[in-house]
Ligand binder design. Sequence first.
Ligand code: NQM
Length: 381
Amino acid sequence: MSRASQTAIPCTLMRGGTSKGPFFLASDLPADVQTRDRVLLAAMGSPDVRQIDGVGGADPLTSKVAIISRSSRAGIDVDYLFAQVSVDRPLVDLTPTCGNMLAGVGPFAIERGLVAPRDPITPVTIHMVNTGTVAVAHVPTPGHEVTYEGETSIAGVPGAAAAIRIDFRDTAGSVCGALLPTGNALDHFDGIDATLIDNGMPMVVLRASDLGKSGHEAPAELNSDEKLKARLEAIRIVAGQRMGLGDVRLKVVPKMTLIAPPQAGGHIMTRTFTPHKCHAAIGVLMAVTVGTACILPWSVAHGIARPPDGPVQRFSIEHPTGEFSVELQVEHTNDGLKVIRSSLIRTARALFRGELLVPASVWIGKERATSTDAVQTVQHG
Ligand code: NQM
C-alpha cells in the first residue's frame, strides 16, 4: 500500500511591499492551531538559520505567512491572519500584523475568487485578525484583472510596479489597547527617554544620540553592535511589560526605533529593529506609528522631527534605503491628538503559484470534499 510522504498545500508566494512569504487560504491549512503552526514551521524550513529545508528566506522579513479567508463580518471582504515564523526558533508569533504582507492580501483575495474585481480599481476591505483593525487596499484591476505592472517604486524593492493604496482606520492601540499604553508621551528607562506607542504596531521610539549613535549608521553596522543590541533588548523587555504586553522575550513586539534629525529632505531619520535585527527600510505600521510619535507634542521626537502642518500631514520617514511617506489625517480632541486615518502606497507581486509540500509526518492533510481548489488527496494506510 502506498502512503504519500508529503502533503501538498495550495499556495501563492507573494512579495508584499518589502516582505515576502507564502499566502494560504485558511481552509487549506489545518484547523488545529498547533498542527497549523507546525505546518508553517515546516513550510518555511524553521528552525534553521538558513531555512534550507523550506521556502523561508533566512531573514525575518522573508519568514512571514499570510492566511486569508472570506470574512463573515459586515462590511469586510476578507480576514487576514499574519504569522511571523521565527527563522531560528520553533516559534510562530501572531501578536502583531504586518502591513507589508498586507499589500499582497488584496491581489491574492481577488485572484483566489474571494473578491469580485471591478474596473479599474477594486477596493478590498481587510480585517486584520491579529489586531482586530481594518484596512482598505485599492488594487489596480483594469479590465477586471489584477495587474502588477506599473510605474511606482518603493524604497527597498528594485524596479517599479502597480501602486496599491492602503488606508487604515482606527489603528490606535491595535495590540496594547491605547495609543500611549503607559498614558505618557515620554517615559524613562535607566536615564534614557522613550516614547511607548501603538498606532498599528507596538513600538519603543528612542533618540539614537541617547544610545551613542548618529541614527545614520548602516544596518550591518548596527547589527554587529552586540552592546547596542543588548541594551535595546533590556529596554524592550521592561518597555513591553509597561505596555501591557507581558514577557516579550519570545515576542516580536514591541519593535524598536532609533530616531535622528532628517538628512535627506524628510521629516525624521530612523533605524528600526524588528526587534532584533535592523530593518533594511521600515515596516508599514511601524512607519504609521513612528510618524504618529513624531507629531505628538512632547514625545521623544520633540525637537528632532520636523513635522509638516495641517490636518492632513504627508510625513516622510527616512530609513536606510530611502524614505517612506505616510499620510496622516489628524484631529485635535479634548483627549489630545487623534489620527483618524492613515494612508500609504505599497506594491506587491505574485511570484509563484502552486503547492507547497510539507512532510506528511508533520501533517497528513485532509480531504476537502466541498472545496473546488486543486488538491492532492493524501492516501491513508
Ligand atoms: O510594520 C517588519 C515589515 C515589518 C512589519 C517586521 C510591517 C509593519 O517590514 O507593518 O510591515 O516587523 O518584521 O514587513
